[in-house]
Design a protein around this ligand. Sequence first.
Ligand SMILES: Cc1ncc(COP(=O)(O)O)c(C=O)c1O
Length: 415
Amino acid sequence: MKTLKLQDLKNLDNQDPLSAYREEFYLPKNIIYFDGNSLGPVPNKTKENLNKTINEEWGNDLINSWNKANWINLPQALGNKIAPLIGAMAGEVIVVDSTSINLFKVVSAALRLNDNRKKILSELTNFPSDLYILEGLNGMSDNQYECVLIEEDVNDIEKYIDSSTAVVMLSHINYKTGRISDIKKITKYAHKKGALVVWDLSHSVGVMSMDLHNIGVDFAVGCTYKHLNGGPGAPGFLYVHSDLVEKVTQPLSGWLGHIDPFAFDSKYIPASNINKFICGTPSILAYKAIESGLDVFDEISMEQVREKSIHLSEVFIELIQQECGEFGFELFSPNDAKHRGSQISYKHENAYPIMQSLISRGVIGDYREPNILRFGISPLYMRYEDIWSAIICLKNIMQSNEWNSSNFKVRNYVT
Ligand SMILES: Cc1ncc(COP(=O)(O)O)c(C=O)c1O
């Protein structure tokens, strides 16, 4: 294999059709950001949008803005902006609550539809909140479910799906390994056995294309603060297939999910559309940040984003081998790009201090238990040259033993 040089990467940047999108973001100087799969950076337009909302809509127009600025319809309007990114139709997606709460609502809705079945399937290495929600949900009813968490590769889950399976609940991209689950294959098989599916798209939305509606996916949820750059703790989204929207019900029956909230009726009658998944009042400032995060995607082809994500990742893996091969980093993500999402994870016995040392030098990735360095790949603002600089920085840290300083061994609460 040819040795890669900095100039090769500069050439790739010059040929990159997405390079102009970097200008859409506020990226601090001397930072190389590999944590867009945890918290995306601030889109420049977000600052303007929030200023306008505070000064004009909230400031001058006060409560009139619920009608005048259409605040009240933001959950549906932003849902419709996410829809094309995940292959959903208008009216199938809504931005509301957090991903964890949305999961509670859609899994509950699925269980109510499949109420003669008792098994829920997921994987042991699914994001913990997803598993905790299942646990909590199960603890609420006398009607206990059997939660089966598989330990083998999720793409082998089919042998566990049978006529007792109510719901299969999985992540599209695993948060630790970055492994992609085959949505189409698993959904089709689950349906053949009469089970419903719930997909967590938190790590895939904004970095790869999807086709949820045509595949027939029943339910999905996802975060907006990762690759959609919606801001820290931004509300999540949920998707319900149009064939199910009318008939499903969910337990968090708040007033804005009512068919006619401003009738202030004492009896709850759910909306017949996706609005039934709204519970309480949307947090408008947070929605406005998501709005401008989504605007960046208006003209972008997800196929192009995926292509660049794969290429950046291949260069990253190749450069780690070339420059850091002697330092004991073990690729934990799938080696085959087809099975790998937009992140690269490495195992290393000193993963925590190495990551802290990198962060202190402005190369920001993150750490996951027990020994994983995680590097998110964000094609909209990442340059090939950044990969070079980051890996040379890692090489220096390893060669100089800088990571071994006691400063880098002190655990932060958020890793
Ligand atoms: C895959 C996945 N699912 C769910 C969540 C939880 O999202 P929230 O804290 O917004 O409820 C996260 C958070 O990082 C996640 O990565």
